[in-house]
Design a protein around this ligand. Structure first.
Ligand SMILES: [Zn+2]
Ligand SMILES: [Zn+2]
Length: 344
């Protein structure tokens, strides 16, 4: 089969002709219909996130049709449309039995620790394949399995409830989904904090309150806009110590800040005035859970979470086109996502 693989770090991905994976009794083989090209893939190629095994087929945002079903898989049949949860887990360790597979002792990420979806076929455990309703295009079924799933997990971790106000720091792919999901959960006012003029305009066009962090401290602006109270929930999706601190400072009493963005920097808060006396919470968010995927699929099926056609760009399973898309990811300012759709 055709695949596009990372062969050497800091080098373009290469086309390869490799054998179709053989499935075990608990696996399914999926004919890839769409594979999202994600920011993390650019980081793997650049050697920023560690990859242990090369060559590797990248691609953790995958949807397609079931081609072959292992004998122990009972919930799927040949021809079924599916989308793939990218965390492969053992199912038996102390975390897996509690439904916390992102901490699995022997967990693997598809497209990072094992071959992903930049290929004609992918092998995944049956437990990682979720039926994809006919109403959801394969392209959307692929891209929703990363940033949208994590945005939903962040809202769940923050125990976000109907009527609550929310500040979203960063309006990239995660923020775009987080805004729509917060609305689907009947949120109160939504503040979008950005420094990018195009993203501020896009937030305003989606009827969120755009907070321009270039002009003045966004936490102060949010406090003023809420009559000094602050917001119930803040999502930090950027990954900087500065915005993490701002996410904590803009909270109302009993507010929760969910930290999603990655950074190696340290942050500081004043324990008494900024956390203790308002009983604020700062919550770490890592990936998402298989148990959250059915709800996510339903938000998309019911069009509460949408990816309009103009936000999707399609390329072929072609090394040159994929490398070009990865190059362009670093400077993207819109919400356009590139999806690989292998031509027959
Ligand atoms: Zn991704
Ligand atoms: Zn496990």
């Amino acid at each position: 089969m055709r695949a596009v693989r990372l062969v050497q770090l800091r080098k373009p991905l290469e086309k390869a002709d490799i054998s179709i994976p053989r499935i075990g009794s608990s696996d399914v083989l999926i004919r890839v219909a769409a594979a999202g090209i994600c920011h993390s893939d650019a980081h793997y190629r650049a050697g920023i996130s560690k990859i242990d095994r090369l060559p590797l087929t990248l691609g953790h945002e995958v949807a397609g049709r079931v081609e072959e079903v292992g004998s122990d898989v009972t919930h799927l049949f040949v021809g079924d449309r599916v989308c793939v949860h990218y965390l492969v887990h053992c199912g038996n360790c102390e975390f897996c039995v509690r439904g916390l597979e992102q901490f699995c002792r022997s967990g693997e990420m598809i497209g990072k620790h094992r071959d992903g979806g930049y290929a004609e076929f992918i092998k995944v455990p049956g437990a990682n394949a979720f039926p994809l309703p006919d109403e959801i295009k394969f392209e959307v079924g692929a891209i929703m399995m990363c940033s949208s799933a994590t945005a939903l997990h962040a809202l769940n971790k923050a125990r976000f409830k109907a009527g609550e106000s929310i500040a979203i720091f960063g309006f990239g792919g995660l923020g775009f989904s987080a805004l729509q999901l917060a609305r689907a959960l009947d949120c109160g006012d939504v503040y979008i904090v950005e420094i990018n003029p195009a993203k501020l305009a896009s937030a305003a066009s989606m009827e969120a309150i755009a907070i321009d962090a270039r002009s003045r401290d966004p936490a102060e602006q949010i406090k003023e806009a809420t009559g000094g109270k602050g917001v119930d929930v803040a999502l930090e999706l950027i990954g900087s110590a500065k915005t993490m601190r701002q996410a904590a400072l803009c909270l109302a009493p009993l507010g929760r800040a969910a930290l999603v963005g990655l950074t190696a920097e340290s942050m500081s808060v004043h324990p008494y005035t900024e956390v203790i006396n308002k009983e604020a919470e700062m919550i770490g968010v890592s990936d998402h859970l298989a148990t959250e995927i059915p709800a996510l699929i339903e938000f998309v099926r019911s069009e509460k979470l949408q990816f309009p056609p103009e936000t999707l760009r399609v390329v072929d399973l072609d090394a040159v086109q994929i490398n070009t898309a990865l190059n362009a990811l670093e400077d993207s300012v819109d919400h356009v996502r590139t999806v690989i759709v292998p031509l027959k």
